[in-house]
Design a binder for this molecule. Structure first.
Ligand code: URA
Length: 243
């Protein structure tokens, strides 16, 4: 294994997440505490490059205390598998950590009460990319009113909880359970997510940043690159908002 990658991992992240989880087990920060079975904190690699943020626990998640373990979760696991990832490779959390009754939308006061915990998780995991699942996570983390149908599958560099990351919205997997067309869109967006993880954001060579990248010998060119094609800027170097 690459020694740099091992050294880059933060050995304290797992403990920091455990401590935060323990602090939240009896949370009474909003009225959702009255009907929940479990606080659904989050699971996965404490040092993940890729973090998923959903809306809030459903019936199965509330019972088991783990995010995305129901039907939508199975689809998420399949979508991950299709791009060569397993649940243990990523970190998965939600905007609200307790199930809204009858799976209703989380209310603004519930999101306000719970989102600081999500921000702490992001500050600990420090993901390179956050894939927001659906409109609630996207609105919160990208601070946008744009419609999901306009911004899904597009990347936006952004600082969240003190972490320079890239927000990548996709439709919520639940939207694809009974609508094959939505599933296809999700599959296409996950293929783009794979490219984003592998290559970073593609900056058009005609743009100012693209020209600077093209002049920078440390920025690798795509194998098929010709002089009028786009250059690829690794995710940790210069970024351009793409929406
Ligand atoms: N939907 C979500 O948004 N989160 C879950 O954990 C499960 C379903």
């Amino acid at each position: 294994m690459n020694g740099d990658l091992v050294m880059a991992r933060d050995p304290e992240a797992a403990q920091a997440l455990r401590t935060l989880h323990d602090d939240l087990r009896e949370c009474t920060g909003c009225s959702l505490c009255r009907s929940r079975t479990h606080v659904v904190f989050g699971v996965g690699d404490p040092n993940a490059d890729l973090m998923f943020v959903g809306e809030g626990p459903g019936f199965n998640e509330d019972r088991q205390g783990e995010p995305f373990v129901g039907q939508a979760g199975r689809l998420l696991t399949e979508l991950l598998g299709a791009i060569g990832l397993a649940r243990r490779d990523v970190y998965i959390a939600n905007v609200v950590k307790c199930r809204p009754p009858e799976n209703r939308d989380p209310a603004p006061d519930e999101i306000e009460a719970c989102s600081p915990h999500l921000m702490r998780q992001i500050a600990i995991v420090r993901p390179r990319v956050i894939c927001t699942l659906g409109r609630f996570a996207t609105k919160l983390l990208a601070d946008t009113e744009s419609s999901m149908s306009v911004i899904h599958g597009k990347a936006k560099p952004r600082e969240v909880a003190g972490v320079q990351t890239i927000i990548f919205p996709v439709f919520h997997p639940a939207a694809a359970l009974y609508t094959p067309a939505n599933r296809q869109v999700l599959e296409e967006d996950f293929a783009k997510l794979r490219r984003l993880l592998d290559r970073g954001i593609e900056v058009p060579a005609s743009s100012e940043a693209g020209e600077r990248a093209a002049a920078d010998p440390s920025v690798p060119a795509m194998p098929e690159e010709s002089s009028n094609r786009s250059r690829v800027v690794p995710a940790r170097t210069e970024q351009l908002p793409l929406w």
